[in-house]
Write a protein that binds this ligand. Structure first.
Ligand code: ADP
Ligand code: MG
Length: 294
């Protein structure tokens, strides 16, 4: 399996999509049409979960504009559980056959460049510090997950923690990044799988045209902007990769151009008024395809 996989997922839409005489061809590992279920999507991600269980560091992230289906893919519905719940279920199943394995979960949110620990009753800021050899020391609480029920309890707690005191939930969720990390330990060896529901990509692409920041009074998400810059720097083989520019890129450093596995689900909402955002998301995903992890 190569270091990075990029899949595109097109959500169902009520209106007709555009037609244009100009054709640009993008290539990805796979494109999932409107009828794709979370079960099918997960089937593609499953090998990464096995790799994480066997010692690799893995990141699965959902990228796309607000309303494109990121949360649908990651959290899902009661009828069609999303990637996060399916990863949890598979990990606890795998643990059955390897009882010497410990699985712990942590759940954080990055909002306005501050990292909140969603498992902490006081929602304290989770501390990020530089460790030796370009590592990051990340102080956040960690909860043992022994069965699927324990995961559900954790997920519910995180959800409640996100809603507390937030007046405009939609606005908040479109600007925040959610990172759920499962840490897998066995015989003194540790690996992890991080599942990331990113902020809406509209808050990064506006700034990507010649660096004209905030010109339209639009909100710029520093972490998303930095993610794009890191991807560009890796693809262009630059000596300096600006991981330090944001909390998100510091946290994901190990899997972006490092020695981990990355799986990007690029979500699209293909109605006419979303044309520009759709093209911007496709471009980001195309750039990311060119990353070669060690
Ligand atoms: P985002 O998290 O990217 O802002 P959501 O996942 O919240 O977007 O999706 C927006 C709306 O579209 C939600 O009501 C969601 O249920 C619906 N939706 C998105 N993708 C799909 C899909 N593949 N199948 C069915 N409904 C979807
Ligand atoms: Mg969402």
């Amino acid at each position: 399996m190569s270091g990075i996989q990029v899949h595109v997922r097109v959500r169902p839409h009520a209106e007709t999509v555009w037609a244009t005489a100009d054709t640009v061809i993008f290539m990805y590992n796979r494109v999932h049409g409107v009828a794709t279920s979370n079960a099918t999507l997960f089937h593609e991600i499953e090998p990464c979960v096995h790799s994480a269980f066997d010692g690799k560091n893995v990141t699965v992230m959902a990228y796309g504009q607000t309303g494109s289906g990121k949360t649908h893919s990651m959290i899902g519905t009661n009828q069609d559980l999303g990637v996060i719940g399916r990863v949890a279920r598979l990990l606890v199943d795998l643990k059955e056959s390897r009882p010497d394995t410990t699985i712990c979960a942590s759940y954080v949110e990055i909002y306005n460049e501050s990292v909140r620990d969603l498992m902490d009753a006081e929602k304290r800021e989770a501390n990020l510090r530089d460790g030796p050899d370009n590592t990051i020391i990340f102080d956040r609480s960690s909860t043992p997950i022994r069965n699927f029920d324990e995961f559900c309890t954790l997920a519910e707690r995180a959800e409640r923690s996100r809603q507390y005191g937030v007046t405009d939930m939609n606005e908040h969720s479109s600007r925040s990044h959610i990172i759920l990390t499962f840490e897998i330990s066995r015989g003194g060896r540790k690996s992890s799988i991080s599942l990331v529901d990113l902020a809406g990509s509209e808050s990064a692409s506006r700034a990507n045209t010649d660096g004209q920041l905030l010109r339209e009074g639009g909100f710029i998400n520093r972490s998303l902007l930095a993610l794009g810059n890191v991807v560009d720097a890796i693809v262009d083989n630059r000596t300096h990769i600006p991981y330090r520019e944001s909390k998100l890129t510091r946290i994901l450093r190990n899997c972006l151009g490092g020695n981990g596995l990355t799986f990007i689900v690029c979500c699209l909402n293909p109605t006419k008024e979303n044309f520009d955002q759709t093209v911007a998301s496709l471009r980001f995903a195309q750039r990311a395809m060119k990353i070669r992890n060690d």
